[in-house]
Design a protein around this ligand. Structure first.
Ligand SMILES: [Zn+2]
Length: 278
């Protein structure tokens, strides 16, 4: 089974990682009038236009090569656009660079050493913190999450409404991978915890960053045997059902179901199921 197109990673980009190790890369790029920048606030909001000349601002990290120019991250105090809202309007490359910039800026926002609490300074062109006191180094973190489209023997899709979703939004199940757990085990655990259903044929379908602030969504399909009724806890998940394609269309028409937004991995999984032959 092939991987799915993902809304935020429509293009492969050149992060030019070896160049980060060069001494004084950021000061050199700051003095270069051709250097481009993505400006991001501490909370991960973006300025418009996304890509603009650095123009004297302080570079916080080197993001790679963009149309032959160097691209850096810089701070913004006026950015007000969320990547979730504008991601689909951006070009493929811009969306991919924006995801990196939003993730890295939010990681940089806390500069204290986790070992001793002293201030830490950025090294390696903005990609590593080194403590100014104890010297401990800290690298950007990414938290893996699984998201899974579960179908039953009637090829119905499991859709659930989490308590924090506004009615009538529903989606496929998702959750964080726990320490020491494989992705496949996380899929099986989450589906059983949230819907009381055992799955098999867990199949990887692609991934995309979800930098709000630092998740990586790992998409799967899985199957369950028979046509079971979901068992929910009523707290984390307030509604869940296996729905046929006809059920989905009817509920959308009746205003009792809203599918996930087009920027999400959930949308990629749901639309793939909707378009696949019954
Ligand atoms: Zn320290």
């Amino acid at each position: 089974m092939s991987t799915l197109p993902m809304p935020l990673v429509r293009a492969m980009i050149d992060l030019d990682t070896p160049a980060r190790m060069a001494d004084h890369l950021l000061p050199t790029l700051a003095a270069d009038p051709t250097t481009l920048a993505i400006a991001v606030s501490r909370r991960g909001l973006l300025e418009s236009p996304l890509i603009a000349p650095l123009a004297g601002r302080l570079p916080l990290a080197y993001l790679g090569r963009y149309d032959g120019a160097a691209l850096v991250l810089t701070d913004s105090t006026s950015a007000d656009q969320g990547l979730r809202e504008i991601g689909l309007e951006l070009s493929a490359a811009d969306a991919a660079y924006a995801a990196v910039a939003v993730a890295l800026r939010q990681w940089q926002a806390d500069s204290h050493c986790v070992a001793c609490g002293a201030p830490a300074a950025l090294i390696q062109s903005g990609w590593v913190f080194r403590c100014t006191d104890c010297g401990a180094e800290r690298y950007p973190r990414t938290d893996p999450c699984i998201i899974v489209a579960v179908t039953d023997d009637a090829d119905r899709l499991l859709l659930a409404r989490a308590a924090h979703f506004a009615y009538p939004r529903a989606s496929v199940l998702a959750g964080y991978v726990e320490p020491g757990e494989s992705l496949e085990a996380a899929v099986a655990r989450e589906v059983f915890e949230e819907a009381g259903v055992h799955v098999h044929d867990v199949t990887y379908r692609g991934s995309q960053p979800w930098p709000f602030p630092r998740s990586l969504m790992c998409a799967f399909t899985a199957r369950t045997s028979g046509t079971p009724e979901p068992v929910i806890d009523g707290e984390e998940i307030v509604e869940a059902a296996f729905l046929s394609r006809e059920d989905v269309a009817a509920r959308i028409a009746a205003g009792t179901l809203q599918l996930p937004s087009g920027i999400s991995v959930a949308w990629s999984l749901v639309s793939d199921w909707l378009e696949s032959p019954a």
